[in-house]
Design a protein around this ligand. Structure first.
Ligand code: FUB
Length: 454
């Protein structure tokens, strides 16, 4: 990704340091499908390519967090043409889990829809059918766009797949069989009544179907169309996964940071609170690109009124509060990041394991890790890197030009990942953010992990 034009200095931090939206700043991401796996929040996202001029996405990027502020970039976990042979233009994904397996539903652009299976969100994924699961030719699946799959497994274990696009009568659902890789036909048209009138379709339905359950009620949400509703995320409430539904209006109206362009969302409960994930054009706009095809995923809290309707979401730059601090004394992955500049996340062989690591773009690149709790004054800190020349990892407190906590010299590591360490200073028993700033011949340095020592 091109360098962010904005440098974070101590003077700027008063406002900027609090902002954790968008949740990923070294690549563009869109169409977030959030789910909880083993008490960790995961988000499978479309991966908008730098500078793309249309929706040309080739893979999905997987993020996860346990504190809502530092997000692990697991890399591009599902690649069109590689993990699935017949699909190469990956639009919005949908994820379900059942019997300890992950089911990933994906469209090839505007359709058809396939399914892939894995033992964990990071994959590897296999394509059990070798062809699509849902196509326009299948009974009741004649939506204009057979895309934007959203999977939902009800409390009774029954699975559903929602999809479709481009018209009030184009939202569809199929029941999934227990194997999650076959479905029951015909597909069913999703309908909601509006203003007391009989339901003939989903009012102003455009794309981005999603289903969630709250207090025994079913919430079907979707992006409404531009002419009627300005691509707001609207919703309808019903008593069963297939309706009947009553239209309730916008849960996430469109907004300026999104350049009033398309949106796509999901809703998730994590550690007792409700969240909405959606995309915006905040990062590309901040970078001065203003490219509507470079989207970025954001998260905010979602609240309900007493009558079960949703309090309209006002997108924030701050995002939710950090749920728990980072532990500086454990081995932390370099790719669990709050914000960064001029770095990439790439795959590398680290001690025999194929893992995502940070690759530094050049001198001055930095990574912010938010909210460490130092319960004791640290004596030293070590990083695990692969380097080719002489560089320094400068760790600064609170800002890229904040007090220097450590300056760790890196030397040529002869093609392998190796430890480098330095004395730690300037840290008390305190909670603070740390910036890892790369100096010297830092371009190409691969950074895997770090750990403070007491
Ligand atoms: O990301 C490509 C398409 O844009 C998605 O499939 C739609 O929902 C919209 O977000």
């Amino acid at each position: 990704m091109k360098k962010v034009a904005v440098a974070v200095s101590a003077a700027m931090l008063a406002g900027a340091s609090l902002a954790v939206n968008p949740i990923l700043t070294h690549k563009y991401s869109a169409d977030p499908n959030a789910f909880v796996w083993k008490d960790r929040l995961y988000v499978m996202c479309s991966h908008d390519l730098d500078g793309q001029k249309g929706f040309d996405m080739k893979d999905y990027v997987l993020l996860s967090t346990d504190d809502l502020v530092n997000w692990t970039d697991h890399g591009d976990v599902f690649v069109g043409g590689k993990d699935v042979k017949w699909c190469w233009n990956l639009y919005a994904p949908g994820v379900a889990q059942r019997n300890g397996k992950i089911y990933l539903y994906y469209p090839n652009s505007g359709g058809p829809i396939g399914v892939a299976v894995a033992d964990r969100p990071e994959g590897p994924y296999t394509d059990p059918l070798g062809k699509h699961l849902i196509g326009r030719e299948m009974p009741g699946c004649d939506s204009a766009w057979v895309f934007d799959p959203a999977a939902f497994v009800d409390d009774d274990g029954k699975g559903y797949l929602y999809f479709g696009g481009n018209g009030d009568t184009m939202a569809r659902a199929v029941k999934l069989n227990d194997d999650m890789v076959s479905a029951q036909f015909p597909g069913i048209m999703m309908k909601a009544s509006k203003d007391g009138k009989e339901a003939t379709g989903m009012p102003s339905f455009f794309e981005a179907s999603f289903m969630h359950k709250h207090n025994g009620k079913y919430y079907f949400s979707y992006s409404a169309n531009f002419p009627d509703r300005g691509a707001s995320i609207d919703y309808a409430i019903g008593d069963s996964p297939l309706g009947p539904f009553e239209w309730k209006g916008a849960m996430l109206p469109n907004f300026n940071d999104n350049s009033w362009n398309n949106n796509h969302h999901s809703v998730v409960v994590f550690r007792g609170k409700n969240y909405i994930l959606y995309h915006s054009r905040l990062l590309t706009n901040r970078q001065g690109h203003g490219n509507v095809y470079e989207r970025s995923v954001c998260i905010d809290e979602l609240k309900y009124n007493d009558d079960g309707t949703i309090v309209q979401v006002v997108p924030t730059h701050e995002g939710p509060k950090q749920l728990k601090p980072l532990n500086p004394y454990k081995a932390n992955l370099s790719v669990t990041i709050c914000q960064d500049e001029n770095v990439k996340v790439t795959m590398a062989d680290v001690k025999g394991k194929n893992r995502s690591v940070v690759t530094v773009g050049g001198e001055g690149a930095w990574i912010r890790y938010a909210g460490f709790a130092f319960d004791k004054v640290p004596a030293s800190v070590e990083v695990f890197c692969r380097a080719k020349g002489e560089a320094t990892v400068e760790i600064c407190k609170g800002a890229v030009d904040g007090p220097v906590v450590a300056a760790i010299p890196l030397k040529d590591t002869n093609g392998a990942f190796a430890k480098a360490a330095a004395k730690a200073t300037n840290i008390l028993k305190e909670t603070c953010d740390l910036y890892f700033v790369f100096k010297g011949a830092a371009e190409g340095v691969e950074f895997a992990a770090y750990q403070f020592r007491k």
